[in-house]
Design a binder for this molecule. Structure first.
Ligand code: CO
Length: 134
């Protein structure tokens, strides 16, 4: 069911320092920081030839990644995002298989303006999974 890897998200305590690592040390193409207030994050997009890395930093007091950074103060991999053709069909398949869909189960608009859902890490080998309708 899942298609391409859309992105890997890494939560970071210092967005400028993280951008420098990807731009200068790894030699990648790195965007300017973009505030996404509705998601509670500031994001830097790292464009790779076959995928993207998203560097996430908390924005606002109720950021969904604040606790993650508290537990992982030097940063860490936060989630992987796979593309699906039909987000509602994907959700129904996950539910039928017993996997937990986070939140109310209704797709939200993700960082790229497309419908997304998140799946419980305990059902996916300890990894938070985002599904994005391609
Ligand atoms: Co994501």
């Amino acid at each position: 069911m899942i298609g391409q890897l859309n992105h890997i998200a890494i939560a970071v305590p210092d967005l400028a320092a993280a951008s420098k690592v990807y731009r200068d040390t790894l030699g990648a193409s790195v965007s300017e920081p973009i505030d996404l207030p509705e998601h509670g994050v500031t994001t830097v997009f790292v464009n790779l030839p076959n995928s993207k890395i998203e560097l996430l930093h908390p924005l606002g007091i109720a950021s969904p990644i604040a606790n993650f950074l508290k537990n992982n103060p030097s940063g860490g991999m936060h989630h992987v995002c796979y593309e699906v053709g039909d987000i509602l069909a994907a959700r129904d398949r996950m539910k039928a298989s017993g996997a937990r869909v986070l939140g109310d189960g209704e797709p939200k608009t993700g960082a790229h303006g497309k419908p997304v859902l998140f799946l419980h890490p305990k059902d996916f080998l300890g990894t938070l999974v985002e599904l994005e309708q391609a």
